[in-house]
Design a protein around this ligand. Structure first.
Ligand SMILES: CC(C)(COP(=O)(O)OP(=O)(O)OC[C@H]1O[C@@H](n2cnc3c(N)ncnc32)[C@H](O)[C@@H]1OP(=O)(O)O)[C@@H](O)C(=O)NCCC(=O)NCCS
Length: 161
């Protein structure tokens, strides 16, 4: 497996992984799938310090991780929000840990001081993965989302670099 920077050509594979979560799971708060154009735009908005990496094996994308702007006000510019997704049929193979570790290093290299992850719906796998990579829980936003007829919490996790 290779981890590399994402290119615009990865948009379709990334959308496929993301859209499974959007449509079938409550891990993300989108209610409809992203179009290919939206996914391309999302990728274009993330280059340089805010960036996307993918895990690839034999030409197939197994997962991705991203660094996104945290807040628009300038004093937040040393903080970045991260996210990580792995194809459902390849969970528990170490791909999430490899991606998150590498995106943390990317954030460190680009001089960010603080990483934030916002984890939807008491998602134990993601909370445990983040704990394994040095994040800790800083709070729970209760019932801030609603999907599939249920209220959803968001667990906020943080790591300082
Ligand atoms: C969260 C997610 C990225 C984890 O990816 P993964 O490749 O399955 O995780 P890894 O195999 O690298 O696991 C690394 C560590 O995370 C923890 N972990 C992962 N899945 C877990 C689970 N289901 N239950 C408990 N701990 C888990 C463990 O500590 C694990 O280490 P171990 O295997 O040595 O015990 C994956 O479950 C996923 O894509 N979920 C859907 C999308 C999502 O929720 N993304 C997070 C949004 S921020």
């Amino acid at each position: 497996m290779e981890i590399r920077s994402a290119t615009i050509d990865d948009a379709e594979s990334i959308a496929e992984i993301y859209n499974h979560e959007a449509v079938k799971q409550s891990t993300v708060f989108d209610l409809r799938p992203r179009t290919l154009e939206e996914q391309r735009q999302w990728l274009k908005e993330r280059s340089g310090a805010h960036s996307v990496i993918v895990a690839e094996e034999f030409g197939e994308i197994l997962g991705f991780a991203a660094l996104s702007p945290f807040r628009s006000r300038p004093a937040y510019s040393t903080t970045v929000e991260c996210s990580v997704f792995v194809r459902r049929d390849r969970h528990r193979e170490g791909i999430g840990r490899a991606l998150l570790s590498q995106i943390i290093e990317h954030a460190r290299r680009h001089g960010f001081h603080c990483l934030i992850s916002r984890i939807g719906d008491d998602n134990i796998a993601s909370v445990k993965l983040h704990e394994a990579c040095g994040f800790w829980v800083v709070g729970i936003e209760r019932e801030v989302g609603r999907k599939f007829g249920r209220w959803l919490n968001v667990t906020v996790m943080q790591r300082l670099l």
